[in-house]
Write a protein that binds this ligand. Structure first.
Ligand SMILES: [Zn+2]
Length: 247
């Protein structure tokens, strides 16, 4: 039904369109994914200023007409994440996170856990909370946070890997491998299409899912690589989505 509505949203992607417009891919608090056009937003004195860029968190008024895209009528900044933009590693992590949201969450239904997770991660990357207690998104702590984000995003999208018992037979002990097809950790008897999952990687995934994003545990490069493979293969098999590398 045509009409105007308000929502908070994060800009995932911002594309130049026509002579002076922008097309925005938004992830919103109240309506999930939204495509919108901001007319005249590239004119020098546009009332939108520079705030229709990726990673901005905005308070928006949108008008829904008959077309596929909503029209942005007003935009106010909730968080600009200016510090994030001055760090190459934080920018890169934010771009990968927004890309993962774009690929994995295309529903127009609201998903508050996914929206809040994205906002918390951007805040973390902006350095308002330190990643792993020792800096803003660099090194192993940065990759651990990036993978914790990806695991939690899979959970919010309904595709969390099964970790408590064998995803094929239900056995709780001796989980030695991971199978994307089975969607979780598997025991030695069921590991036919799986790859080796170290106890450290298994523990990292359990802990990362159980803790707030800002308290993601540290882990070795090997455990993080296994975690990334586990999440990627689960999403490929069950969500039919292929994500870019997490870090
Ligand atoms: Zn089994």
């Amino acid at each position: 039904m045509p009409g105007s509505y308000k929502t908070e949203a994060v800009v995932l992607r911002s594309i130049r369109y026509g002579e002076a417009d922008r097309v925005l891919h938004l992830y919103s608090a109240t309506r999930g994914r939204i495509g919108a056009i901001a007319k005249g937003s590239r004119r020098p004195r546009s009332r939108f200023g520079g705030r229709l860029e990726p990673f901005f968190r905005l308070d928006l008024v949108l008008h829904e007409g008959r077309g596929e895209l909503a029209t942005v009528t007003s935009a106010h900044t909730v968080a600009a994440h200016a510090r994030l933009r001055s760090s190459a590693s934080a920018l890169n992590a934010a771009a990968r996170a927004c890309d993962a949201v774009l690929r994995l969450l295309d529903s127009v239904d609201s998903n508050p856990p996914a929206y809040n997770l994205l906002c918390r991660y951007l805040t973390l990357l902006d350095g308002e909370e330190s990643v792993g207690g020792d800096g803003a998104g660099d090194g192993a702590a940065g990759s651990a946070a990036a993978l914790a984000f990806r695991l939690k995003l899979a959970l919010a999208a309904g595709f969390a890997p099964e970790l408590a018992s064998c995803a094929r037979c239900g056995e709780a002990e001796g989980l030695v491998a991971f199978s994307g097809a089975a969607g979780g950790a598997v025991c030695a008897a069921c590991e036919r299409d799986g790859f080796e999952l170290s106890p450290e990687a298994h523990e990292f995934m359990v802990e990362a899912l159980g803790r707030p994003l800002a308290a993601a545990p540290a882990a070795s490069e090997r455990a993080l690589r296994q975690t990334e493979r586990a999440v990627s293969e689960t999403l490929e098999h069950h969500a039919h989505v292929r994500l870019r590398a997490a870090a």
